[in-house]
Design a protein around this ligand. Structure first.
Ligand code: SF4
Length: 322
């Protein structure tokens, strides 16, 4: 079959520098034509009851639980995130290895607990300097000097917890004789390759505390999966919008949150939605969520709706405070 294969093209006339020509465009997602999906499947993240990934245990446990129960496959978006992450990880790891001396790179480690294993990977360990480095690819880098304590904790607390807990495990096992002393997180902005660092000293007491918490979570998950209990541990946040199980059967709380983030229940918005569903036009939300103030604010679209659909006068709109 040719590369173009069966593609639904739409023809368009375009004029460029006074010259007109016809182009064919396709709005189909051609992901499977141009990427080898079998290659992109992440073997490391394959699901098996009794084998839990350190990093996944830090996220929403209910989502992790359903990913086993429903045997959820990676979506193209997830494959894309893994692919970009892997490319950047490899590039940085190889560069560190080439230029900065003896290191351990991408080393899988297994924490054998009583009836399950916790799997993790070391990104980079500099054996001579006793430094463990974790690489995180991100969509945004902060100005650390301007970041207040709570925002810092919200954005990076989980990373620090993960690295410290993992270093605790390594220092009790693989690195018992020559323990890690310094922990480092490299943050790489995917859009422009800017790099920033977070560094801290290993603290055994805090490391143990975080490590035991993660083990508790793994045990709870394992019990739910093996004793067929529904997982009651969940973590609502704005990522619920992208969660594949945010519906009334698997996660009613998540579904509720997602609904409130996208369609606040007001008579106007429901009326608007119904009308445009019938007309097949795209729904425009009246409200938008302001991340800074953590409040819903009315969008210009809402005022337009009042004017054009409800025929409110400017005075009426002002009267109701919008
Ligand atoms: S919707 Fe949110 S709370 Fe529910 S399972 Fe998904 S991530 Fe967890």
């Amino acid at each position: 079959m040719s590369l173009a294969g069966i593609v639904n093209y739409i023809e368009k006339q375009v004029t460029i520098l006074d010259k007109t020509l016809t182009v064919r465009t396709s709005d189909d997602n051609l992901f499977e034509k141009y990427f080898d999906v079998s290659e992109l499947k992440n073997k490391w993240h394959e699901k098996k009851v009794g084998k839990y990934h350190f990093s996944q245990l830090l996220g929403c446990l209910r989502k992790y639980y359903w990913s086993f129960q429903l045997e959820l496959k990676d979506t193209p978006e997830q494959m894309g995130i893994y692919l970009i992450g892997t490319i950047l990880h490899r590039y940085i790891q190889e560069n560190i290895e080439k230029h900065y001396g003896f290191s351990i790179i991408e080393r899988p480690c297994v924490d054998e607990c009583d009836d399950f294993d916790i799997l993790g990977k070391v990104d980079v360990i500099d054996i001579l300097e006793h430094i463990e480095t974790d690489i995180k690819t991100t969509q945004w880098l902060p100005i650390f000097a301007d970041l207040d304590e709570s925002k810092f904790e919200e954005k990076y607390g989980k990373y620090i917890l993960q690295v410290l807990a993992y270093a605790y495990f390594l220092n009790k096992t693989y690195f018992k004789i020559d323990p890690l002393q310094t922990l480092r997180i490299i943050l790489v902005d995917k859009s422009n390759l800017a790099v920033k660092l977070i560094e801290f000293d290993f603290d055994e007491g805090i490391g143990e505390y975080f490590y035991l918490k993660i083990r508790e979570r793994a045990k709870y998950l394992h019990d739910c999966l093996t004793l067929l209990q529904v997982c009651d541990q969940f973590h609502l946040d704005k990522n619920c919008k992208f969660c594949p199980v945010n519906d009334t059967i698997y996660c009613p709380e998540g579904a509720e949150l997602v609904k409130s983030l996208t369609t606040p229940e007001t008579p106007e918005s429901l009326e608007f939605k119904q009308k445009y569903e019938v007309n097949g036009r795209k729904k425009k939300p009246f409200w938008k969520y302001d991340e800074d103030t953590k409040k819903w604010i009315k969008s210009k679209e809402f005022v337009k709706f009042l004017k054009e659909e409800k025929e409110y006068s400017d005075e009426q709109i002002e009267e109701v405070g919008w």
